[in-house]
Design a protein around this ligand. Structure first.
Ligand code: HEC
Length: 243
């Protein structure tokens, strides 16, 4: 009995085309497999599969190398442990409880953090204007770690939390360093009791006593500087200002 009598012979049309498509199919599988392994394998000496295609930087590593991201993350933790009870998660404060907002606050987003470091160190009491709105029904207790308040915030905590509030909820202001906080601690060593907002307003906003560019001169200094200008210079300046 001939079992294979109906098997097509190699070279006959049907068999030949079947073979060709099998050949092409397996060849492309091999090529695809090779490319896949080449692209997604780790280094040759690694025995692990790597999800990151060769040549692309690994995102988590880049984020960890951004010092601001790390500081802000630590600051968010301090905020959640300490400030959130009063100023709320959205930074909008609690108007009913006399708690002003930090989101968008002109105190928080000034160029220099000297005043807000003082507020966190020693507390704040008295009528305070935030973006033109008057507050003062409540007071903010001192938050710094001291002999009287051993559970308070370290200079690093304060730098981190202020860097966070200056860059959360759409706020955008320069980071606060531990050095800045330490400088203000030295400058205010003799301070006792809460700050009064009016006294704080007289302090330079820049740590170390420099003034912010926008508040570089007192009105008297400005007057003196204007007097020193020639008539033509003054005229040119007024034109510039009125543009
Ligand atoms: C117990 C409630 C309370 C806590 C906790 C608290 N604050 Fe305050 N904070 C206040 C009050 C009340 C005022 C306004 C005081 C006044 O009216 O004189 C204020 C004012 C401020 C101001 C100036 C005004 C403004 O709105 O910008 C800043 C900045 C500030 N707080 C930051 C912080 C930060 C940062 C923390 C956490 C480290 C914190 N506060 C924790 C109650 C609190």
């Amino acid at each position: 009995m001939k079992i294979f009598s109906s098997t097509p012979k190699i070279g006959s049309p049907g068999f030949g085309s079947l073979n060709l498509s099998l050949l092409i199919g397996s060849a492309s599988l091999l090529i695809w497999g090779g490319l896949y392994v080449g692209k997604y394998s780790g280094r040759f000496d690694s025995d692990e599969f790597s999800e990151i295609p060769h040549g692309r930087p690994a995102k988590p590593v880049v984020a960890a190398l951004d010092p601001n991201a790390e500081t802000i993350k630590k600051g968010a933790k301090v905020y959640a442990a300490v400030c959130i009870a009063c100023h709320q998660a959205d930074g909008n404060g609690n108007p009913g409880g006399g708690i002003p907002p930090l989101a968008g606050s002109d105190w928080v987003t000034t160029e220099g953090p000297s005043r807000i470091i003082r507020i966190v160190l020693h507390g704040l009491e008295g009528p305070v204007k935030v973006n033109g709105t008057a507050w003062g029904q409540n007071q903010m207790p001192a938050q710094a770690k001291t002999a009287d308040n051993p559970a308070g915030l370290t200079p690093e905590d304060i730098a981190n939390v202020l860097s966070y509030v200056r860059n959360a909820w759409g706020n955008k202001a320069p980071m606060v360093s531990v050095d800045m906080v330490s400088t203000v601690i030295k400058d205010t060593a003799a301070k006792s009791g809460y700050w009064n907002p009016d006294d704080l307003m007289k302090m330079p906003v820049m740590v170390g006593g420099g003034a912010a560019p926008s508040a570089a001169m007192t009105p008297d200094q400005l007057k003196a500087a204007l007097k020193a200008l020639s008539g033509e210079q003054l005229e040119a300046l007024m034109k510039e200002v009125k543009k």
